[in-house]
Write a protein that binds this ligand. Sequence first.
Ligand SMILES: O=P(O)(O)OC[C@H]1O[C@H](OP(=O)(O)OP(=O)(O)O)[C@H](O)[C@@H]1O
Ligand SMILES: Nc1ncnc2[nH]cnc12
Length: 170
Amino acid sequence: MDLKTFIRDIDDFPRQGVVFKDITPLLANAKAIRYTLDKLVEMVGVYGVDKVVGMESRGFFFGPLLAQRLNAGFVPVRKPNKLPSEKISQTYDLEYGTDTLDMHSDAILAGEKVLVHDDVLATGGTARATCNLVERLGGEIVQCNFLIELDFLKGRDKLGETPVKALLNY
Ligand SMILES: O=P(O)(O)OC[C@H]1O[C@H](OP(=O)(O)OP(=O)(O)O)[C@H](O)[C@@H]1O
Ligand SMILES: Nc1ncnc2[nH]cnc12
């Protein structure tokens, strides 16, 4: 199955000059969802993952499905002021200004093996901040796993030694 046929380019969204990779056609197709999940699981290739960490909001589409297939728990990383219990926060740079992501303080136990999952790796700011949150709680990141990587933005350069894998490259 050619998954790229289920990904739609939207010019100038959310702002002028950005080509947005829209995965909603993929999400609308049962066979494409199943195929994507099978391929994401295959790509992990690591045993003993304890937690899958997914970033709000598009990391929530496949993150919990992936966790279920890996027999792991799922941990949401959320935008500010959404998590109700004790949390840690990480601020990171955007193209203009900064943003913050939160994770519950008890979401990862020291020594747990963690798979970080999101739909798109672009500049890598979101993934870098998420890895920092996991590492601050003592988690061991076994892989950063994406549906799509935008190669020209060189996001993987921000992730250092961490193994980075993507199903589709543009
Ligand atoms: O590599 P980066 O440059 O950090 O960009 C990647 C992030 O951007 C998108 O999320 P967005 O902030 O648009 O939020 P959404 O998932 O709620 O749409 C995408 O889902 C990633 O989380
Ligand atoms: N071009 C893009 N398409 C979809 N999601 C993104 N997140 C960051 N850049 C993106």
